[in-house]
Design a protein around this ligand. Structure first.
Ligand code: AHR
Length: 512
């Protein structure tokens, strides 16, 4: 069988919310300190402490929103420690992440400053696990109240006269785990209570995000939809792409868990892996489709009009930390395998754009599946960064109706569909298709028919691929893998015959 993609150019579906291309930055390892923020006295070029090379790189991929300050850190963060003169801010111990001392030099004012530099929407996650309703409520007042009030006055005293605009606000993080080890029923009550005091001040309207499930914990979604969704704009799923054994696909009634595949004996290196471990990651990324579909099916029962969004505010690959680095810092390298798995996941998120309104890959710099890695003044762009650069064409575009017929990619006794895609129409009427061939050995011949579009006049192609599954950029060789022009296709009327290299992601921009 040959691979085929059939697109109906007139069948526009939902808008692909640009927030699907969002990011996450936690006070974890070297994401904030020694990542975004090097301090004003650093010899590394910076503006008010923020690295200029990083700002430039991230502006290029148009990051639409940034989630902060955690993660697990958020449920131990006390915002008052991060305001006022830096020299008088108290230090704390970052117990979750390496037990290092956090000096609070990057706090609320610095975060909004960073978002303004990046031209991105701030998304703040409040502390439910170890904070109080009053603390969260006063943080919102501090940030958004325009007028005279105790918190607004404190903000002005700290140098910010006008309130900030804040839309996205998370009421807790992983409250089934590091955010308080709560039962779903208990958290549903807590999120309702905290939410009540998370006020909208003036015309600043919060978009309220409740902590959602871990992976396949469908019961959590059910309880949240039943008991709390009427007060929320979204619930936030977390799902990490791992080699296999940590990917839970079912919570069994006897308290045990069922995994996507058994990789318990294999290493989980980010860079040193064989085809079986490549397959494990592809399978875990492809499982995202089943996972979100099942959560969405539950949401549909309670909310058929799709008023409450599913957001995925933590996702991405999670491997062993790089040898020689602090295990609590979650620093991992990033290869073609990460890029291909990101391509798969983003295609899936686009294709569920009617319910998924935001996602935030973890985490932007030096942590997990990062866009950027730094070493002193050196900075490299990861293969995953290049996927975000290629896929930015989908931001706020119209998802088109399409079907994919795919050959199988076989590995041992298992198989996956060899190709997957998402297709959208931009504001100029051009069609952008992002195609993934996840087979590391076989190229894919793909025939793409575009109905109701007329004669195709021009197609621009870009490809990200490499000869080896684990090609990466390093500080010594920063440009080993980057997007290249792609011309291995032939246009015939309204059909494009494409020859995709093995293990590749291709962007085609189709013009009339
Ligand atoms: O992204 C790293 C951690 O993973 C986050 O702090 C937590 O929310 C999740 O378990």
């Amino acid at each position: 069988m040959a691979n085929q993609i059939i697109v109906n150019a007139k069948a526009e579906k939902s808008t692909i919310n640009r927030m699907i291309y969002g990011h996450f930055a936690e006070h974890l390892g070297r994401c904030i300190y020694d990542g975004f923020y090097v301090g004003e006295d650093s010899r590394i070029p910076n503006v008010r402490g923020m690295r200029t090379d990083i700002i430039e790189a991230l502006k290029k991929i148009k990051i639409p929103c940034l989630r902060w300050p955690g993660g697990c850190f958020a449920d131990e963060y006390h915002w008052r420690d991060g305001i006022g003169p830096k020299e008088s801010r108290p230090s704390m111990v970052n117990t979750h992440w390496g037990g290092v001392v956090e000096n609070n030099h990057f706090g609320t004012h610095e975060f909004f400053d960073l978002c303004e530099m990046l031209d991105t929407e701030p998304y703040i996650c409040g502390n439910v696990g170890s904070g109080t309703v009053q603390e969260m409520s006063e943080w919102i007042e501090y940030m958004t109240f325009d007028g005279q009030s105790p918190m607004a006055d404190l903000r002005k005293k700290n140098g910010r006269e006008k309130p900030w605009r804040l839309k996205y606000f998370g009421i807790g993080n992983e409250n089934w785990g590091c955010g308080g080890r709560m039962r779903a029923e208990y958290y549903a009550d807590e999120v309702t209570r905290y939410n009540l005091y998370a006020r909208n001040y003036g015309d600043n309207k919060l978009y309220r995000i409740g902590a959602g499930p871990r992976g396949a914990n469908y019961k959590w979604t059910e309880v949240m939809m039943r008991d709390a969704s009427m007060f929320l704009d979204a619930i936030a799923l977390h799902y990490y792409t791992r080699v296999g054994d940590k990917v839970i696909i079912e919570y069994l009634p006897d308290g045990n868990e069922r995994y996507l595949r058994d990789n318990s004996k294999s290493r989980k290196s980010a860079t040193d892996f064989d085809e079986d471990q490549w397959f494990g990651v592809m399978k875990a990324a492809a499982f995202t489709d089943e996972l979100v579909s099942k959560h969405i099916a539950i949401m549909d029962q309670y909310d058929p009009e799709k008023k409450v969004a599913l957001i995925v505010d933590e996702w991405g690959t999670w491997f062993d930390n790089e040898p020689g680095t602090n295990p609590g810092f979650l620093y991992q390298q990033n290869t073609l395998r990460d890029a291909v798995s990101a391509g798969i996941s983003l295609n899936i998120f686009n294709n569920h754009a009617d319910r998924i309104h935001m996602t935030n890959i973890a985490q932007t710099i030096n942590v997990l599946q990062a866009m950027v890695l730094t070493e002193g003044e050196k900075m490299i762009l990861t293969p995953t960064y290049h996927i975000y650069d290629m896929y930015k064409v989908h931001q706020d575009a119209k998802l088109l109706d399409f079907a994919v017929l795919s050959d199988d990619y076989e590995c041992g006794t298992e198989n996956l569909k060899q190709i997957n895609a998402s297709v959208s129409k931009d504001s100029l009427g051009n069609i952008n298709a992002t195609l993934v061939n996840l087979d590391p050995n076989q190229m894919a011949e793909v025939t793409c028919h575009i109905a109701d579009f007329g004669m195709i006049s021009k197609v621009n192609g870009t490809v990200l691929t490499s000869g080896a599954m684990n090609t990466m950029n390093t500080f010594e060789h920063p440009d080993q893998i980057q997007p290249e022009e792609f011309e291995d296709f032939v246009i015939e009327g309204n059909t494009i015959h494409i020859k995709m290299p093995s293990k590749s992601v291709v962007l085609l921009t189709v013009k009339r």
